[in-house]
Design a protein around this ligand. Structure first.
Ligand code: HEC
Length: 263
């Protein structure tokens, strides 16, 4: 083997190991969360928990080392670059060595600083999407509940205009939670077309949530700080009822009928 091809072999074994490690990390960190979306388990990516990431990376490191050390020649080629970095030649350190040995403590220091810095964390508490409706709202009724077909169509159109003006930025043009402001929020607006959201509640429920926003919500429903504003002062009751009609229309759902009032 000539000197040249040995050094190429040495470099390629070391870089193959490094690439495997980095690729496994990137895959687990950034690709795996999207599998939940791809297979339909979740609408948003499910981040890989830190301890799972640690355990898998440990396995990858262990497996790689076993593979590398299983054969004398391969192990020799792998350790070549490592030994070269950490052995100072008699004529003094090379510039590349100084660079690596200078950067390494900075990277470790930065990682440690990231680890101990306090950061806002999503609480490990499950959020209750639909806490109990307060009594003073439970007795309300949509004043437009029993109107003629044409009048309902007019109300719906008016409601859609009000909705697009006030609610679209977060809840999206089609009430699917994909508004332009939604992405940056920790608690993202949900897809109202999903059967588990506004289709599971009676009409006074959205009235309560729209007029009061996040205020009045009990602790079990607020650990993730919803950005939902309260509209009670801004919009009249009639406008809110129109918007509710529009919301169900846009999302293609129906409110739950109160018990004993089956149509
Ligand atoms: C600044 C962003 C923002 C705006 C603007 C906004 N919302 Fe919200 N809204 C949210 C977030 C966040 C939530 C909580 C997550 C969820 O349940 O969708 C929420 C929740 C809701 C809920 C409760 C849904 C449920 O199933 O419990 C309703 C109803 C609602 N919004 C209607 C509206 C209407 C109607 C408007 C316009 C008048 C509006 N929102 C404007 C962000 C917003």
């Amino acid at each position: 083997m000539t000197r040249n091809s040995e050094s190429t072999g040495r470099e390629s074994v070391f870089s193959a190991a490094a690439i495997t490690f980095v690729a496994a990390y990137l895959g687990l960190r950034f690709v795996a969360p999207w599998l939940a979306v791809l297979f339909g388990f979740s609408q948003t990516p499910a981040p890989t928990p830190g301890f799972v990431l640690g355990a898998y990376m440990g396995c990858v490191a262990f497996g790689t080392l076993i593979y590398l050390s299983a054969e004398e020649g391969r192990w020799h080629l792998f350790r070549g670059p490592v030994v070269r970095v950490f052995t100072i030649p008699s004529e003094g350190p090379r510039r590349s060595q100084l660079l690596i040995l200078g950067i390494l403590p900075l990277v470790v220091g930065w990682a440690e600083w990231r680890r101990v810095m306090p950061s806002p964390q999503t609480p490990a508490v499950l959020r209750v999407q639909h806490p109990g409706l307060p009594d003073q709202f439970a007795v309300l009724e949509n004043p437009y509940g029993e109107v003629a077909e044409e009048e309902r169509a007019v109300l719906e159109r008016e409601g859609i205009v009000l909705y697009q003006k006030n609610c679209r930025p977060c809840h999206g043009t089609k009430a699917d939670g994909m508004g332009p402001l939604a992405r940056g929020q920790r608690l993202q607006p949900v897809d109202f077309g999903d059967p588990g959201t506004i289709a599971t509640v009676v009409e006074p429920y959205p009235f309560w949530r729209i007029s009061e926003g996040t205020t009045q919500l009990p602790g079990i429903a607020t650990p993730w700080n919803s950005s939902m504003p309260s509209w009670g002062e801004e919009l009249s009751d009639e406008d809110i009822w129109r918007i509710i009609i529009a919301e169900y229309r846009l999302s293609g759902t129906e409110p739950r009928r109160p018990e004993g009032l089956e149509r």
